[in-house]
Design a binder for this molecule. Structure first.
Ligand code: FES
Length: 102
């Protein structure tokens, strides 16, 4: 894979940056998340986590099944602060209706 391929679109982190981090000693998804912010964007890692696990596996030789995914903390979807301040959406839909397509 080319080094300039963006793996984490939310935080604009490339394949090369992740490989450099792993080769520099960051061998867990949590370490990469803390240093590069991968998984901390609006999608909360839904787009990039699996790719990062594969990169760690490729670089360390640890099987994919043994590389742990980062801890996901709520809210797992973006929620406008006004919705939280109001105690929830007026219709009771926790997503505010914004992500009903899932
Ligand atoms: S793509 Fe990485 S946090 Fe969204």
């Amino acid at each position: 894979m080319k080094e300039d391929v963006v793996i984490c679109r939310c935080e604009d982190i490339t394949y090369g940056e992740i490989v450099d981090a792993v080769r520099g000693g960051l061998t867990t998804t949590e370490e990469i998340k803390r240093i590069l912010r991968c998984g901390m964007g609006p999608c909360q890692g839904r787009t990039c986590s699996r790719l990062i696990v594969r990169i760690i596996s490729q670089e360390t030789g640890v099987p994919v099944a043994e590389v742990r995914f980062p801890v996901v903390r709520p809210p797992s979807r973006p929620v406008e602060i006004g919705v939280m301040a109001a105690g929830g959406p007026p219709d009771g839909n926790p997503s505010g209706g914004e992500y009903d397509a899932d």
